[in-house]
Design a protein around this ligand. Structure first.
Ligand code: ZN
Length: 611
């Protein structure tokens, strides 16, 4: 081969790889200086952003999110709340009316960009409410870095959703989605979703943030506090430094999606180390209503140990549970949660959910706006699993409560497919079930189909291959299929893209002199393999696996018990007959899936008591 041909060939291959969407991810480094006016609930900001384009594309524009511009009357978020009426988020409403509509002028949220420069040159930009489009002076070529500088000021909005001033428990400032944040650019293009109160997506970034605020404030944040000896709350020997009555807090963080912080005069800070990490901070107002936080340390310790061993190691050095916000919301290395809880189980439920987002959202950074079921659903799965270990209950599996809630929800007839964009569901409850519940049950069904050991191995490999990256549903499915050897595309398509349901039943039982023959029927829209079990009068359980032909490989073992494998059931076939070597007098119960993991919507015909 001639040299020129070889070069041409290499060029063609690289172009081919680019077109095939070889994986890349953008990266950002923020340096920010923030000066807070605590009396007025405003701040001034300066940002230097080093943005590296690792994509194969030349970028002529970049986009930033300005989330706080949503907190105004007639904003898109207001319109969305108003259009939903009673089906909207109750936190955004008062007596069925959007709270944004009546927000006082001086408490409207704002992020006003004074100027933005690229490598020192002024740039033209346009703001469409929460999205700022910036026209570049020179394109950012593949594998090159641009330096943006920016000046802006902001008004901290009335606390309505997640961020804001004076939350209902009296936390002064919840500072989330508070800075101009560069949008994610990936294989799906720019993630320029208008903010209407839901999910986020952004590149992994490094942060170096200095916050100047009145010295009587304590700041909580997700990150490393670099000067704990100069500020209030973190170090008993601190010599508080102040200039014109303000302290300077310096926080850093590496490889994180988002930097969030909060500030209050009444915060206390407690910390402890989980063996093998992380160091945990609890930042909250210590009063009668938050007494239960004092019991949290042993539960949080066990929580991180369970999460680390089952879902992959938490890689950041610290994690902070911070009282703030309007419920619970996850951020890099921290969460903002309401602090008042009725008991330790209530508090841990919230901490377990938000903490688990450090895995399913933060380290495994899926696009939440496009695939909310992957972050809310997988997080809810981890929450149910860990809570069943921390507070054991006598149930057939850890997911029973969600399965039953799902069955009740289906009866309402308002289900919407989980594949929909998170912001575009018509109904808040439908969004919750599509993302949190269907996403959780997606994993529960996979555990049932391929066996719990295979599911655990899939989750482990998913973490090993995709931590600190942006995986998609295809990446997860790819691993699940490889680990199990099964074809699972049919399941993912039915479960995520449609609202079809699972409904198997026992149609008929015939007792003979030496055996019993059962006719099973598929009355539903989603085919599934069936684990059929009998309990004998002497309390022995015998299980028969009836594989579904579409998986092509059969489940070999399952943590829920041993089984014999029967001939497969083609998905096109309505009924299936199985003959078992037990007589009527030897049997006590017959049933589909004694583990009760299958999300069958009608359980009434799944079990037969032999009388
Ligand atoms: Zn969540």
């Amino acid at each position: 081969m001639k040299k020129s041909t070889a070069i041409l060939f290499a060029f063609i291959i690289s172009q081919f790889q680019a077109q095939q969407g070889a994986y890349y991810q953008q990266s950002a480094k923020y340096k920010m200086d923030i000066d807070v006016n605590a009396e007025k609930f405003t701040y001034e900001g300066k940002q230097t952003l080093e943005y590296t384009n690792n994509s194969p594309d030349e970028l002529n524009v970049v986009y930033f999110h300005l989330y706080w511009n949503a907190f105004k009357p007639n904003s898109m978020m207001d319109q969305r709340v108003a259009s939903k009426g009673k089906n909207g988020d109750s936190r955004l409403q008062k007596d069925g009316v959007s709270r944004l509509a009546s927000i006082p002028k001086d408490q409207e949220g704002a992020q006003n960009i004074h100027w933005i420069r690229q490598n020192g040159k002024d740039l033209k930009f346009e703001v469409q409410e929460t999205i700022m489009k910036v026209y570049l002076a020179e394109p950012i070529k593949p594998n090159s870095t641009a330096i943006f500088t920016m000046d802006w000021d902001a008004v901290i909005p009335q606390q309505i959703r997640r961020s804001g001033r004076n939350n209902k428990e009296g936390v002064d400032m919840t500072m989330t989605q508070w800075y101009p944040k560069i949008a994610e650019y990936d294989y799906d293009g720019w993630a320029t979703f208008d903010y209407i109160g839901r999910e986020f997506h952004e590149p992994f970034s490094d942060f170096d943030v200095t916050i100047k605020i009145n010295k009587d404030y304590v700041v909580g944040a997700g990150g490393i506090l670099e000067n704990s000896t100069e500020v209030k709350g973190y170090d008993t020997n601190a010599k508080i430094k102040a200039d014109k009555n303000k302290s300077i807090w310096r926080w850093t963080a590496k490889n994180m999606l988002d930097f969030a912080w909060s500030a209050d005069k009444d915060y206390v800070v407690k910390s402890f180390d989980v063996p093998q990490g992380p160091k945990v901070f609890m930042v909250y107002q210590n009063n009668d209503k938050t007494k239960v936080w004092e019991q949290a340390q042993p539960y949080i310790t066990k929580y991180f140990q369970l999460m680390n061993s089952h879902f992959g190691k938490y890689i950041y050095p610290t994690y902070a549970f911070i009282q703030g916000g309007d419920g619970g919301m996850e951020y890099g290395m921290c969460t903002m949660i309401l602090g008042e809880a009725k008991d330790i189980k209530d508090l841990m439920g919230l901490m377990a959910h938000e903490g688990a987002h450090s895995w399913y959202q933060q380290m495994l950074a899926t696009n939440e706006s496009m695939r909310p079921w992957m972050d809310e659903g997988f997080t809810s799965y981890a929450e149910s699993y860990v809570m069943s270990q921390l507070f054991p209950k006598d149930l057939p599996n850890p997911f029973m409560e969600k399965l039953n809630a799902y069955r009740d929800f289906i009866k309402k007839g308002i289900e919407e497919p989980a594949v929909w964009l998170g912001d575009h569901h018509d109904n808040g409850t439908s969004y919750t079930y599509a993302s949190y519940v269907k996403g959780e049950l997606y994993l529960v069904q996979l555990g049932y189909i391929m066996g719990e050991q295979n599911l655990a191995e899939t989750l482990k490999q998913y973490y090993d291959q995709w931590a600190m990256k942006h995986p998609s549903d295809r990446d997860f499915l790819h691993i699940a299929q490889k680990v199990s050897g099964m074809d699972l595309k049919w399941f993912q398509n039915y479960w995520i893209n449609t609202t079809k349901t699972i409904n198997y039943g026992i149609k008929e039982v015939k007792y003979d002199a030496k055996s019993t023959t059962i006719t099973l029927v598929n009355n539903g829209g989603v085919p599934m393999p069936i684990d059929f079990s009998v309990m004998t009068t002497d309390k022995k359980i015998v299980t028969y696996q009836i594989p579904l032909n579409m998986t092509h490989t059969w489940k070999e073992k399952d943590a829920y018990g041993e089984f014999k494998t029967m001939p497969y059931w083609p998905w096109t076939q309505k009924e299936y007959m199985i003959t078992i070597p037990y007589t009527k007098s030897q049997l006590s119960v017959l049933g589909i899936d004694f583990s009760q993991r299958i999300a069958d919507v009608n359980m009434e015909d799944n079990f037969v008591e032999v009388k």
